[in-house]
Design a protein around this ligand. Structure first.
Ligand SMILES: NC(=O)c1ccc[n+]([C@@H]2O[C@H](COP(=O)([O-])OP(=O)(O)OC[C@H]3O[C@@H](n4cnc5c(N)ncnc54)[C@H](O)[C@@H]3O)[C@@H](O)[C@H]2O)c1
Length: 261
């Protein structure tokens, strides 16, 4: 049976975990060759190997989205390995969950560097390759924090910027038929809000392992369950497929209605 992404090549940052991993697996299932680009090498290589074991095509490359030269290398790697690049998913993200005055300047700069400038660098580095492929699709990841402010301040500033970035890229690349859209997820049960990892520190006061946090997030989700990486991946598949051929500059909430509350 024909896959919805047959013949496409997708580079997915943050592809070693959570939403990026779910997108990698679903996109591969739908026929795309996948470049998983992340800083968690062991996890990323495992995902790539499992995709190949399931009959798909995947490769892993180390990418720190803060380094433009690594971006250039990742795009070249996609073209050399799979013969082109047609989809870029900027999924990598970081957060520091402290109050406005507690956030250090270094922490603020790092959040902006990963979440916003990292995605900008990706759009610029991948643009020519997407053009060479005859036009492609870029997906950025926003958040409830793209429209609800006052929580973790560096994070909301970066995720609000993602909306402006997406619209600028959509206009900037329309002439080469490359589209650019945003998905804003709600509360997604991934390591980002459950585990304690270098890019997303959580303790008992913030982790989903704490039933109070889980219930608070659930209460803020009208459709009555937290989202999974797969929920987001299904919407990502649509936006990155030819079914969304005339959709660019759009913001799609995949949040069970959380932005309504
Ligand atoms: N989980 C949620 O509830 C939620 C909600 C809204 C938005 N988001 C956003 O969704 C995106 C994906 O998050 P997730 O929930 O899948 O988290 P996750 O922790 O499972 O995955 C994030 C991935 O990003 C990678 N990463 C971090 N910094 C990087 C860097 N400098 N270069 C390359 N890779 C880097 C990590 O190694 C990790 O694999 C993030 O942008 C996050 O801000 C998450």
């Amino acid at each position: 049976m024909a896959g919805r992404l047959d013949g496409k090549v997708a580079l997915i940052t943050g592809g070693a975990s959570g939403m990026g991993e779910a997108q990698a697996r679903l996109f591969a299932h739908e026929g795309a060759a996948i470049v998983i680009a992340d800083m968690q090498e062991e996890k990323g290589r495992t995902v790539a190997r499992e995709i190949e074991d399931a009959g798909g095509q995947a490769a892993y490359i180390n990418l720190d989205v803060r380094k433009y030269e690594q971006w250039e290398a990742a795009v070249a790697f996609a073209e050399e390995t799979f013969g082109g690049l047609s989809i870029l998913c900027n999924v990598a993200g970081t957060n520091v969950r402290v109050g406005f005055e507690e956030l250090t300047i270094e922490q603020y700069e790092n959040i902006m560097d990963v979440n916003l400038h990292g995605a900008y660098r990706g759009c610029r580095a991948a643009g020519p390759a997407l053009g060479r492929a005859g036009g492609g699709a870029i997906l950025n990841i926003g958040s409830l924090a793209s429209t609800k402010h006052g929580g973790s301040s560096g994070y909301t500033i970066s995720k609000t910027g993602i909306i402006a970035l997406t619209k600028n890229v959509a206009l900037g690349y329309a002439n080469q038929r490359t589209r650019c859209n945003v998905i804003s997820p709600g509360h997604v049960d991934t390591p980002f809000i459950r585990a304690d990892e270098a890019h997303s520190r959580n303790d008992w006061s913030t982790s989903l392992d704490n039933p109070e946090n889980y219930e608070r997030r659930l209460a803020g989700t009208p459709l009555g369950r937290l989202q999974t990486g797969e929920d987001v991946a299904k919407a990502a598949l649509f936006l990155c497929s030819d079914d969304a051929d005339m959709i660019t500059g759009a913001v799609l909430n995949v949040d069970g209605g959380a932005a309504l509350t």
